[in-house]
Design a protein around this ligand. Structure first.
Ligand SMILES: Nc1ncnc2c1ncn2[C@@H]1O[C@H](COP(=O)(O)OP(=O)(O)OP(=O)(O)O)[C@@H](O)[C@H]1O
Ligand SMILES: O=P(O)(O)OC[C@H]1O[C@H](OP(=O)(O)OP(=O)(O)O)[C@H](O)[C@@H]1O
Length: 217
């Protein structure tokens, strides 16, 4: 019996470096070197499986709408997509334990926070809004697209919400960690329709990836 076609959306950028070896261990290998190509869609060693390589923030959208059946994305990106209402039906069956880092608030070293409303800069606008609402703190959220650490230095914001890994970027810019919002790693996500219609094909992939993740622990 021929298998139904299956499309997996991978985040380009730093997650891809960790995703490709994991997929290879699970027996899914692109037909050409993704990192040397300008193509966005790739055949694999399985006739029915294709990989699409897109911006991390677009992965939840492709999977939510069923344009891709499954995907790999950072928990930060998934939290933001969910908080903004961009997604509401994604399954998250596996923590791939790659691209691990922390979603933190941070501020200038030693800086006191204002009593009333605070200004918070982040690229994760919706999850930041939700987080401060849950904390019962009034916050104006300022959307930035990168280099968040600059915002407190320039007086644009009191706090930032950003990814921290080694802490080197914060340190280099005179900032310090404040509160942990969530530990982050990349997750395998599956769309609602795919989970229903292609379960028999998807389940073995989840199992093989899960075994590959376990072997690394
Ligand atoms: N310093 C870091 N260490 C470990 N993981 C990180 C780090 N920064 C980001 N990540 C994780 O990797 C994911 C992708 O980050 P990357 O820097 O490749 O893309 P991006 O700059 O957020 O996206 P884009 O360039 O498409 O806007 C993030 O969503 C997060 O889950
Ligand atoms: O704690 P560290 O190990 O220093 O890592 C944290 C940095 O990594 C990410 O930035 P990235 O390099 O993706 O650049 P960006 O600001 O363009 O997102 C994140 O936004 C921090 O700036």
């Amino acid at each position: 019996m021929s298998q139904q076609p299956l499309t997996i959306a991978l985040s380009k950028g730093r997650i891809l470096d960790d995703t490709l070896p994991l997929f290879e261990e699970a027996g899914i290998v692109p037909a050409e070197d993704i990192k040397k190509s300008r193509k966005l869609i790739f055949d694999t060693n399985h006739d029915h499986i294709k990989l699409v390589v897109i911006r991390a923030t677009d992965v939840p959208t492709y999977v939510e709408y069923g344009a891709a059946d499954m995907g790999v994305a950072g928990k930060d990106v998934l939290m933001e997509a969910s908080a903004s209402g961009q997604t509401n039906s994604l399954y998250e069956p596996l923590d791939l334990n790659i691209a691990t880092c922390r979603l933190m608030t941070a501020a200038l070293k030693g800086a006191k926070q204002p009593e009333g409303r605070i200004k918070v800069a982040s690229k994760f606008v919706s999850l930041t809004k939700r987080y401060f609402a849950e904390q019962g703190r009034q916050a104006d959220i300022i959307k930035l697209y990168g280099g968040m650490e600059l915002a407190p230095i320039m007086g644009l914001a009191d706090l930032i919400v950003d990814i921290v890994d080694t802490g080197n970027t914060l340190k280099a810019n005179g900032l310090e960690e404040r509160d942990l919002i969530a530990p982050i790693s990349s997750r395998l996500v599956v769309g609602k329709a795919a989970m229903k219609m292609k379960h028999q094909q998807i389940q073995p992939i989840i199992e093989k990836l899960s075994a590959a993740v376990d072997r690394r622990r």
